[in-house]
Design a binder for this molecule. Sequence first.
Ligand code: SF4
Ligand code: F3S
Length: 269
Amino acid sequence: TELMNRVPVVWIELQDCAGNSEALLRSSAPTVDDLIFDVLSLEFHETIMAASGHQADAQLEDAIEHFKGKYLLFVEGAIPTAMNGQYGTIGASGETFQEHLERLSKDAAAVVAVGTCATFGGIPAAAPNPTGAVGVMNIVKGKPVINIPACPANPANMVGVVLHYVLTGQIPELDSLLRPKFAFGYRIHDNCERRAHFDAGEFVEEWGDHGAQNNFCLYKVGCKGPMTFNNCSIIRYNEGANWPVGVGRGCIGCSEPDFWDKYAYERPM
Ligand code: SF4
Ligand code: F3S
């Protein structure tokens, strides 16, 4: 017997690189196959689905009609607002990304913005932001919006939100930036494996020096872990294989608002 009803998911891509889709494909607990067969029903996903062209358009329209008020709308990528949204159009109708998002969010149960572009504008919104890119919460009003930032968003956090919704019928508790507290309630720095070196004043001073060879703290070569709220230091990426600090280059604050302009990879002043 099925433990739970599978939740219908419609996943759209706007100004994106498909990095969050790639991350989802690497979900390990549960694996993406278990996820797609047992937990959610992926009704539409441009990158993964077999259909293309008009068939794909039709599949999307069928899904939002059939699962009206019930589907979770996952959004990957920013929304261009400059030039009346003409920087991004989609489908045969030439609908702009903004119109597309507004229309599809209308009958969604909730909207989940995955990745830093969909949450806060991300790289497309970096100065001088020629396309006027913004995140989902700037466009979608009157619907619950859940933000799962990071570049890419960690699949464990996407799965966490879906499972919470499936098991309780509700969205998880969110912070003031609409991020689930279970994932974004503490800083990278709070749980970092190099923290003892920070506390002992042992820093990498130059790439490749004695400190770098001994996994000292990366703060002086630009680590933004003390300012970044995320759980990468606990769950890591790629089935727990590794994460930015683990490979010795530090955190660049990829899940923070204004990432790129504010947290470019610079040394502290
Ligand atoms: Fe903090 Fe970064 Fe140092 Fe880790 S490497 S202790 S996150 S400053
Ligand atoms: Fe991003 Fe920093 Fe995690 S760069 S992936 S938030 S360690």
